[in-house]
Design a protein around this ligand. Structure first.
Ligand code: 5GP
Length: 193
């Protein structure tokens, strides 16, 4: 078991509706040592790739993205959510259905922060149905930039996001992949790689 799987087993709480709460190290309180290990693990898994920008989505992706950006010494851009897209002239806009909040969000990045030719590594805390990642890859394409990889801390392998993104040809690295969760028994099964 790797460091993140151990941390999830120690501190994760399984909620009804296939939701894993990891508020005490990732989604509310942030454990800097775990963030640092996640960042080093992504750097190792994407070694050899040129990266000019880290892209994530607010809010919980920002901590991971910032630690990783420090290792690459490149800027972080976080896509914002939820603003009505009445003026799209100065923004790249996409859409993502939120699995946790059960609503459609606009996802946007202001145009000056993503440029043609950039090599973008996209990271996020969770991957479920892939909506957030697809919106971010769409935004990178709109900018004429290149997605060099997708890094996810926790992939919920029972949902379709992972297979969708891998089949689309993206280099997706997930540090922990959950294949099953039982809210009553509070048990989690990880994918053996
Ligand atoms: P997707 O867009 O892949 O369907 O869902 C990923 C997004 O939803 C992530 O950005 C994350 O914020 C949130 N999310 C999905 N599933 C979970 C979960 O089980 N626990 C938590 N804490 N967030 C989740």
């Amino acid at each position: 078991m790797n460091f993140l799987e151990e941390k999830i087993l120690a501190d994760g709480v399984i909620k009804a509706g296939n939701i894993l709460k990891v508020d005490n190290f990732l989604n509310h309180q942030i454990d800097i040592d775990i963030m640092r290990q996640i960042a080093y693990e992504f750097k190792r898994r994407f070694r050899g790739k040129a990266v000019t920008k880290i892209l994530t989505i607010e809010a919980s992706g920002i901590a991971i993205a910032t630690m990783l950006a420090d290792l690459y010494d490149v800027p972080v851009v976080f896509a914002k959510k939820g603003e009505t897209a009445n003026s799209t002239d100065d923004k790249y806009v996409s859409h993502a259905y939120s699995f946790t909040h059960k609503r459609m969000n606009n996802v946007f990045v202001s145009k000056p922060y993503l440029n043609a030719g950039e090599k973008v590594l996209i990271v996020d805390d969770f991957l479920a149905d892939g909506q957030a990642m697809l919106a971010l890859t769409d935004i990178v394409k709109q900018a004429g930039a290149e997605v060099v990889g997708l890094g996810v801390a926790i992939e919920k392998g029972q949902q379709k996001g992972g297979s969708l993104l891998r089949e689309a040809g993206y280099h997706l690295e997930s540090i922990a992949i959950i294949d099953g969760m039982d809210a009553d028994a509070q048990t989690i099964t990880f994918r053996q790689l």
